[in-house]
Design a protein around this ligand. Structure first.
Ligand code: ZN
Length: 46
C-alpha cells in the first residue's frame, strides 16, 4: 500500500480508498517527477 492508495481530508473527513479516488477527490501534484498527494480534498481547497 502506498500513500496514493488512501487519503483522508482533515477538514471534512472525506476518504479516498484507492489511487483513482485519490486522484479524483484530492489530486496528485507532480513536482519534477516527485508526486505528492494534496492533504485537503479538492472541495475544501476550493
Ligand atoms: Zn475536504
Amino acid at each position: 500500500m502506498s500513500k496514493f492508495d488512501n487519503a483522508k481530508c482533515p477538514k471534512c473527513d472525506k476518504v479516498a480508498n484507492n489511487r483513482t479516488e485519490v486522484e479524483t477527490l484530492f489530486g496528485i501534484r507532480n513536482n519534477s517527477g516527485y508526486e505528492m498527494v494534496q492533504s485537503w480534498c479538492k472541495e475544501c481547497r476550493g
